[in-house]
Design a protein around this ligand. Structure first.
Ligand code: CDP
Ligand code: CDP
Length: 223
């Protein structure tokens, strides 16, 4: 079977990373969570008190940062300068600030370069916001995954509960809608569906059903 590239984009909580991970495992492909890279540099910027509108300061910091993604039993681990930040990049503070950092074109350029290097080996499932439109324009399979904002907020609330983070669905609807708006309206590679992407609404789909739908398409293309 041919090894293909699979790009999965969409708004927060659509199920991208959960489903991408399953698809990658089933196909024996590498999974790359690009959101974790934007979260990682946001975490470091906050830790170093770099102003989030200081494009030059952020760029210097990112150029001097090592970001390593490692697959593990628990999912993808993320290391920043050797420190395991897999958990701390998911805090509310990072989530609330990541869209401001990811809007800087110079930061995107550096991280996109790393993402393209990681994908060069082939056999890749990559998820994010601009994978089909920008990072892997030639990907054989592009999925634009979404779900209603209410459903996405409910899912996030369950995730938060598991992590011991208190949150209400109403507040999460507001936060998610705000982040989607920032991601969709920025100038540099905004979140939009690629012309050749297949739209997959997961509102009424289980994780297994959504993964199966993508696997079916991937297996056809890899023949
Ligand atoms: O998991 P969740 O949907 O909450 O977000 P994520 O995939 O971890 O991405 C966090 C943020 O990183 C997004 O809200 C975007 O601002 C940014 N991002 C991006 O700009 N481009 C990507 N390819 C991936 C993420
Ligand atoms: O990566 P993204 O932000 O698009 O979403 P995710 O982090 O993969 O999914 C958010 C939560 O929704 C996870 O806890 C998934 O297990 C759950 N989910 C679900 O319940 N049903 C789906 N069809 C997809 C995801």
């Amino acid at each position: 079977m041919k090894k293909i590239q699979i790009a999965i984009d969409g708004p927060a909580g659509a199920g991208k990373s959960t489903i991408a991970k399953i698809v990658a495992e089933k196909l024996g492909y590498t999974y790359i969570d690009t959101g974790a890279m934007y979260r990682a540099v946001t975490y470091k910027a906050l830790k170093q008190n770099i102003e989030l509108d200081d494009a030059k300061g952020l760029e210097q910091m990112v150029l001097n940062t090592s970001i390593v993604l490692k697959p593990s039993e628990k999912g993808q681990l993320v290391f920043v300068d050797g420190e395991d930040v897999s958990e701390v990049i998911r805090t509310n503070e990072v989530t609330a600030n990541v869209s401001q950092v990811s809007a800087h074109p110079n930061i995107r350029q550096i991280l996109v370069g790393k993402q393209q290097e990681l994908a060069a080996a082939g056999g890749i499932v990559m998820d994010g916001r601009d994978i089909g439109t920008h990072v892997l324009k030639e990907a054989e399979l592009k999925i634009f995954m979404s779900a209603t904002v209410e459903e996405r907020a409910k899912r996030r609330q369950i995730d938060n509960e598991k992590r011991g983070i208190p949150s209400s669905v109403e507040q999460l609807i507001e936060e998610i809608a705000h982040r989607d708006k920032l991601d969709s309206e920025r100038e540099a590679s905004p979140l939009i569906q690629a012309e050749d992407a297949i739209y997959l609404d997961t509102t009424e789909l289980s994780i297994v059903e959504a993964a199966q739908a993508i696997l079916k398409l991937a297996e056809e293309l890899a023949k």
